[in-house]
Design a binder for this molecule. Structure first.
Ligand code: ATP
Length: 506
């Protein structure tokens, strides 16, 4: 009996000592801490023996949806069509495109350059939520886990992941509604907490098929665009930033804006319509540039009206002796605000940096387009080949362009008046916009004869007007001009003589 009592006393004192040590340990090391340390050690041991590497891509970083996750989701969606048992589908806003993504407990195997990789789509359990039979709460976060062998680490992190992100983003662009951006005046960035760019959905029906211009020129542009979009390796090899510059020039209404829309639709790019007069200085221009996305077109319309090229040239000349300002110009560090005026101070050098300075290389696959109605007003430095790689002249309406417009607006591919129009067009400067205006009459239920007859009359009227204007200009350009009374009389007589002889001829 005594022995049993002794035994119980020993057990009780052992338990008491254990409880005391346990309580002291808990004070020093809370139980969560101990568990955490044990888990860390376990992870290290496991990682040491595990032949695989795992990379996890969470859906959210803080409260922001991760761009990488979205691109991977799109990429895996396209791959999982043939492998996954469960897929999720949704239709993209404003488009009829159906996008499929991988289900939430799916696995997918992929082979890249002979290496095996495994993707898993999973959801985390919401913190502190008990396991229940109810659908998971919205706080559960999705993630993708990529698993590969340790020896493939370099290929996967170096090549494979950038390939996946690039492919995913390209697929997103193809399925997404594209956007037309415009820059907000800088005063609004801070005052109204606005972004640098505002956007609307870009929906323009123009394509290269509906664009009225010489077919050889069109084919050349399409070829150039295709080579550009497939030129990633080429640009890497020659060490050039992956971008291209187009200069569209020609009289008003010849289709420069229409061409930009056709390019955007062909390439499936977003458009950034940059209003230079709303940009305060070169610094802001650079900020705007860095906020544009890849696979986009940056447009500056009427470039000759947007920047004071003459003032800039003067400024450049005065600062050309300073070594620091020259280096600053090259690096885009020149501070346009250094002169005393307060209006928009974007300078030619700022613009040149925008096109091909160091900052222009951030982001890739970008097309920069300038348009102008006055090619002769542009500084040669701005449009030299290499900066503006392709100069595209948009001309007055030719017969070939007319046939495209006739098909677009009237559905006609031939008509008795086509020959007459074909003979008249080379003699008259009429823009495709004016020709289109005449052909629009067809939409008002005017018949084809009347519609094309209207165009013929408009061409005749334009021919007479242009001839009169040319005659007037010629007279004004003669020595002495038309101001001196004798010259004026001579001009009138000369004109009458010309007129009567041309009438006799006709
Ligand atoms: N080459 C063309 N092909 C098809 N449509 C054209 C063409 N040129 C003009 N148009 C028609 O005329 C309208 C005006 O053309 P657009 O705005 O593209 O000309 P623009 O050269 O950009 O003019 P501006 O220099 O005045 O801005 C377009 O909406 C389009 O319908």
């Amino acid at each position: 009996m005594e022995a049993v009592r002794e035994y119980w006393i020993q057990i009780s004192s052992a338990i008491a000592s254990f409880m005391f040590v346990w309580a002291t340990l808990q004070d020093l090391y809370p139980i969560q801490m101990v568990r955490y340390q044990l888990e860390r050690v376990w992870c290290k041991v496991e990682a040491y023996f595990d032949p695989y590497v795992h990379i996890r891509f969470n859906e959210y970083i803080g409260y922001r949806r991760s761009e990488a996750f979205a691109a991977i989701e799109t990429y895996l969606g396209s791959k999982s069509i043939s492998q996954a048992k469960e897929l999720k589908g949704h239709v993209v806003k404003h488009t009829q495109n159906l996008v499929l993504t991988m289900g939430e407990a799916e696995d997918l195997r992929e082979i890249f350059r002979g290496r095996k990789l495994w993707w898993a789509s999973r959801k985390t359990k919401p913190e502190g939520q008990a396991i229940s039979f109810y659908p998971q709460s919205d706080t559960a976060r999705r993630y993708y886990k990529l698993t590969f062998r340790k020896e493939d680490r370099e290929v996967v992190t170096g090549e494979y992941l950038s390939y996946v992100l690039e492919q995913g983003k390209a697929m997103q662009l193809r399925s997404q509604q594209r956007r037309l951006y415009t820059n907000n005046p800088s005063s609004q960035w801070y005052d109204c907490k606005k972004n640098l760019w505002s956007h609307v959905a870009f929906q323009h029906p123009s394509t290269f098929d509906t664009l009225a211009m010489d077919s050889a020129k069109k084919a050349e542009i399409v070829k150039d665009l295709t080579a550009f979009s497939e030129g990633r390796e080429y640009y890497e090899r020659v060490g050039k930033a992956w971008k291209r510059g187009y200069l569209l020039h020609g009289p008003p209404g010849t289709g420069k804006s229409t061409m930009i829309a056709a390019i955007a639709n062909f390439m499936k790019y977003d458009i950034y319509d940059l209003e230079l007069t709303a940009v305060m200085d070169n610094m802001e221009l650079r900020k705007l540039l860095t906020e544009t996305s890849s696979k986009s077109i940056i447009v500056i319309e009427d470039i000759d009206c947007s920047i004071d090229l003459t003032g800039d040239r003067k400024k450049k000349r005065s600062s050309s002796n300073s070594a620091t300002s020259a280096a600053g110009q090259f690096l885009g560090l020149e501070k346009a605000g250094s002169n005393d005026q307060n209006e928009s101070k974007v300078t030619l050098s700022g613009l040149l940096n925008f096109i091909d300075g160091l900052w222009s290389a951030c982001g890739s696959e970008r097309i920069i387009i300038f348009t102008t109605n006055h090619l002769d007003r542009l500084d040669p430095a701005l449009i030299r080949r290499g900066r503006m790689d392709l100069h595209i002249e948009m001309s007055y309406c030719t017969f070939e362009a007319f046939k495209v417009l006739a098909k677009n607006y009237t559905g006609l591919e031939s008509h008795a008046l086509f020959d007459k129009i074909g003979r008249m067009l080379p003699e008259v400067e009429m823009s495709p916009a004016d020709v289109a205006e005449q052909l629009m009459a067809r939409s008002k239920h005017v018949d084809a004869d009347e519609c094309l007859g209207g165009l013929v009359r408009a061409l005749e009227a334009a021919k007479i007007k242009q001839r009169a204007e040319k005659g007037k200009k010629r007279r004004e350009e003669r020595p002495g001009g038309s101001n001196r009374p004798l010259n004026r009389i001579r001009n009138i007589l000369g004109w009458k003589r010309q007129k009567s002889s041309s009438e006799n001829k006709s």
